[in-house]
Design a protein around this ligand. Structure first.
Ligand code: HEM
Length: 253
């Protein structure tokens, strides 16, 4: 009986560590598969909406730049979304991918590069003078271009301050500045939803809706985490504050 019991105990303890890595492996597999599908979608839809790569055949360089600049916008926003999801759900993701911090930094750099290439190609296709007249969109759409410009400026601030976070002046400030990425997400969402030829009327609009909903849920989770952290800190503070009073007034004094 004792032997049977001890065998059972051994079995259960040997099973526990084995099942944990299996769960982790499955979670990793699922997250990586979903991430790859999401990363492929904008490019796949962009080219399939244009019937493959034939649309760039026989065009001038300027026409080529004009035809492909939205592609970089699509990927810049997709990566910005990824940054929001990683940023808001970091403790959960860290359990599955401990090195997510490095990936987050690398993804941020790529988001920034794509976001920069997007208007640079547009300027290259139009020429700086024509670009600055903002006549490449109708008068009622200019505001949405300005939202894109604002988002790019904010992105320059958040990415450079994060990269230079070790500088003494930035050590405490970069995190606060990094919250501007939520504004970048909202601004680019409105910008692309109203200007993007690929967002209006292609399956990408559903991906964009998914981005908006998931980023919203992630933000709520982030706010909840901040509230819990603050409450825990406050109760710990009040507990330590009551300690010296007790030691000053010992019960038998
Ligand atoms: C100087 C700043 C910017 C300018 C002048 C600009 C300009 C434009 C224009 C004219 C379009 C319409 C393209 C089309 O016909 O589909 C567009 C679309 C778009 N932009 Fe920007 N943009 C800027 C910044 C950004 C930034 C910072 C992002 C992302 C981080 C971004 C993401 C997008 C996306 C996702 C689309 C939709 C593309 C499509 O539907 O294929 N833009 N932008």
């Amino acid at each position: 009986m004792t032997r049977a019991l001890s065998t059972n105990t051994m079995e259960s303890t040997s099973l526990q560590p084995a099942s944990a890595p299996a769960g982790k492996f499955l979670s990793r597999f699922l997250i990586i598969t979903v991430t790859i599908c999401i990363l492929i979608s904008p490019g796949y839809i962009f080219f399939s909406e244009r019937g493959g790569i034939g649309f760039i055949e026989g065009v001038t360089v300027k026409q080529l730049l004009h035809l492909i600049f939205p592609f970089f916008g699509l990927y810049a926003f997709t990566l910005v979304w990824g940054q929001i999801i990683i940023g808001t759900c970091k403790p959960l993701i860290k359990k599955i991918f401990p090195g997510i911090g490095r990936f987050h930094r690398l993804e941020g750099i790529f988001a920034f590069i794509f976001a920069l290439i997007h208007p640079v190609l547009l300027i290259g296709s139009l020429g700086a003078v024509t670009y600055l007249k903002y006549e490449f969109v109708g008068p009622n759409k200019k505001i949405f271009v300005l939202l894109g410009v604002t988002a790019l400026l904010l992105l320059i601030v958040t990415v450079t301050t994060a990269l230079l976070m070790r500088l003494p002046w930035l050590q405490k400030r970069w995190k606060k500045l990094h919250y501007a990425n939520y504004a970048v997400f909202i601004l680019v969402f409105i910008h692309s939803w109203n200007l993007g030829t690929d967002i209006q009327g292609s399956p990408l609009q559903y991906l964009w809706m998914f981005f908006a909903v998931s980023a919203g849920l992630g933000t709520l989770y982030r706010i909840w985490r901040a509230i819990v952290k603050r409450r825990t800190a406050m109760s710990a503070q009040s507990a330590t504050a009551s300690e010296p009073t007790n030691s000053l007034n010992p019960p038998n004094s």
